[in-house]
Design a protein. Structure first.
Length: 331
């Protein structure tokens, strides 16, 4: 999730664990602890774009690291606040903030390697990385906490905020299952044989959903709004295996293929090859010249082709948001 939401969640968990002892200092510690797992982004600044993608939400989001880091952070906090909180509750607070950060990230499309060093990423794909309807209840609860000094009322406010936001996550899971059923029903009705399907929400909502469907020779992409009244239609995108063969043995291609979990298309434009990650949707859904949200251009160097992320403009984002807003109303 976005940094603001993770900070809000970190403060909320710190308040639950140690609000009575630390008072408003939970704002400081919750903010720091809720941000720590995402420091892998800072590490990524010193790496090439492809390796930065591979490490994101890897070891920094793992239980292995948290079990080691929580006692250390708990010891530091207990020393800084030696008259307020002891080592054990400080360590529990640290672990709670770190662990809930990762649990929340698991609901997004990117997922996390929570069981690192195992290579598998857990991604429920039920919520977009920014969703105000999850964040707002937490923020309201935190405002209520800051306005009162009564420990009992503070805990009551923050518990309500966490319950509402957690209910929203559970609701997103239920709606995803319903959307998945609608996509599968449409595929069966249209007689389309497929090998795999992934369903994920569009930006900022859990009303409009995208589906990626893998067939033998192509990928089918479609969207579905809970307000739709017409049948789901699928747009076909060729897998372009002939183009892909030109990248066999390329190190960046191998890494990107791993990062995309196999959901990608190789395209060509002006003699340049592009790696397009299907999991995060399209900025432009023209089948003849599609523009994907995450795309990498292969540029020739002295040794081999190197992948460089294609920059996105503000115009792209505005166009996508307008399209989503219009599509939310149903077809």
């Amino acid at each position: 999730m976005d940094s603001f939401t993770q900070i809000a969640l970190g403060i909320a968990i710190a308040e639950v664990c140690a609000g009575k002892k630390l008072k408003n200092k939970t704002i400081l510690y919750g903010s720091i602890l809720g941000t720590i797992p995402d420091l892998d982004v800072v590490v990524g600044l010193f790496l090439d774009p492809v390796n930065a993608v591979l490490i994101h939400r890897g070891i920094s989001h793992s239980l292995f690291l948290f079990l080691f880091l929580s006692p250390l952070l708990g010891w530091i906090i207990s020393k800084l606040e030696k008259n307020r909180i002891d080592f054990l509750p400080a360590s529990i607070m640290a672990f709670g903030c770190l662990f809930t950060h990762v649990v929340l990230d698991m609901f997004t499309s990117w997922g996390t390697q929570i069981l690192w060093p195992l290579d598998y990423r857990f991604a429920l794909k039920t919520i977009f990385v920014v969703d105000p309807l999850y964040t707002i209840p937490l923020v309201i609860a935190l405002i209520m906490v800051w306005k009162t000094k009564d420990a009992r009322l503070r805990k009551k406010h923050i518990t309500k905020g966490l319950l509402v936001s957690s209910f929203y996550l559970l609701l997103s899971c239920s709606i995803k299952l319903y959307a998945l059923h609608q996509f599968e029903k449409a595929l069966n009705k249209q007689g389309i044989a497929y090998a795999a399907i992934i369903v994920k929400p569009t930006a900022f909502n859990i009303i409009l959903w995208n589906a990626n469907v893998a067939t033998t020779a192509s990928y089918l992409l479609a969207d579905y709004s809970l307000f739709d009244s017409q049948a789901i239609t699928f747009t076909t995108y060729n897998k372009n295996k002939a183009l892909e063969s030109q990248l066999n043995g390329n190190s960046d291609f191998k890494k990107l293929k791993k990062a995309s979990e196999g959901w990608y298309i190789i395209s060509q434009k002006n003699k340049s090859l592009y790696f397009n990650d299907l999991r995060f949707g399209l900025l432009n859904d023209n089948p003849e010249n599609p523009q994907f949200a995450f795309s990498y251009e292969f540029i020739a160097t002295e040794s081999e082709l190197k992948a460089v992320e294609v920059p996105k403009s503000k115009r792209d984002g505005k166009r996508l948001l307008l399209k989503i807003a219009k599509r939310l109303k149903g077809n």
